[in-house]
Design a protein around this ligand. Structure first.
Ligand SMILES: NC(=O)c1ccc[n+]([C@@H]2O[C@H](COP(=O)([O-])OP(=O)(O)OC[C@H]3O[C@@H](n4cnc5c(N)ncnc54)[C@H](OP(=O)(O)O)[C@@H]3O)[C@@H](O)[C@H]2O)c1
Length: 292
């Protein structure tokens, strides 16, 4: 299988490069070798690799900064996936793309399913939703996985930030009213590789039959407060922590440029029924991630 992986230095892309390696030939590109803001060079890169599968792990992911850079966010999160979907359809390739729980407003109060109407609250979320829609409208063999609260230990993430704060501050304040599904980037990468392995040599028609939008999240969710406390409990070097307490707080106490949904947990039943794969519980995955 010939795979073009875009964004291989990002949280997810770094894990994907390793997870996809056993499936065949992986051409991995990231900025500046490819600039997805440049349409002509994006199309050219896809055509010169001529992949069977394009895995797009790129994105404009700076949620707050997107509020002041809506054009760049739209070019990366909406236009670039649309171009990749067009290229994939034209040349008979499959496209794997990732989206976000932030497409919802967080008011539902129970885990979101794929048919729940989206209502994004900020620029990042709006541009990601428009990217999903562009891929879906283009058609072809595509898979969109919506993820929530992804982390890795390699790049700045909530997990690395909490570990850092606990080494600098005696008291941490974490919000109890934001609830989601923490997901280790490696889990999302491995499940992508598993799906591609299931389709194997017939990946394009196999995926075309199953094409669509899927939620991928563990069976349970957590607040940022619970997540932070668990991170500190699983810290492999607890002797470095100076934090003595984690205090509960509310989102309103920490104003940010972008609004975030309060309850954005995702329901993965459609994914499990379609692919027969069960995402792990978030704490089990975190335990493994922290062991590395
Ligand atoms: N992080 C989360 O909590 C989360 C949650 C749900 C969904 N997602 C989605 O999952 C996907 C991967 O997220 P992530 O957290 O792994 O992202 P990330 O760590 O921010 O990585 C994004 C990648 O895109 C690359 N990139 C940015 N601008 C580019 C450009 N103009 N041309 C080419 N490459 C460019 C980045 O390169 P540089 O490093 O050089 O900028 C980086 O390698 C995204 O679609 C994101 O929306 C993320």
């Amino acid at each position: 299988m010939k795979i073009l992986l875009l964004g291989n230095t990002g949280q997810l892309g770094w894990e994907l490069e390793r997870a996809l390696a056993s499936l065949g030939e992986v051409a991995a590109l990231d900025f500046p070798a490819i600039n997805l803001l440049d349409e002509a060079s994006t199309r050219q890169a896809v055509r010169s690799v001529a992949p069977q599968v394009i895995v797009n792990a790129t994105g404009y992911t700076a949620v707050d900064k997107a509020e002041s850079e809506p054009e760049i966010a739209a070019a990366m999160n909406t236009r670039a996936p649309a171009i990749l979907a067009e290229e994939a359809r034209t040349f008979g390739a499959a496209l794997i793309h990732y989206s976000t729980d932030y497409v919802f407003d967080g008011l539902k109060g129970s885990p979101y399913v794929e048919t729940d109407p989206p209502h994004p609250l900020g620029v990042y979320a709006r541009t990601k939703l428009a990217g999903e829609q562009a891929v879906q409208q283009t058609g072809g063999a595509f898979l969109i996985l919506r993820l929530s609260w992804m982390y890795s230990l390699r790049r700045d993430s909530f997990v690395t930030k909490v570990l850092g704060w606990a080494r600098q501050q005696r008291s941490l304040r974490m919000v109890t009213d934001q609830v989601g599904n923490p997901i280790w980037a490696r889990t999302a990468a491995e499940v992508t590789a598993q799906i591609l392995a299931m389709g194997s040599a017939d990946i394009v028609p196999w995926l075309a039959v199953r094409r669509g939008l899927y939620h991928f999240a563990g069976p349970d969710h957590a607040s940022r407060y619970d997540w932070a406390r668990t991170i500190l409990r699983l810290d492999p070097r607890p002797q470095e922590q100076i934090a003595e307490q984690v205090l509960p707080a509310l989102t309103d106490e920490f104003p940010t440029p972008a609004c975030r949904p309060l309850f954005s947990a995702l329901d993965s039943r459609k994914f499990t029924e379609t692919f027969g794969l069960r995402p792990p519980a978030w704490e089990a995955a975190l335990r493994l991630a922290m062991a590395y």
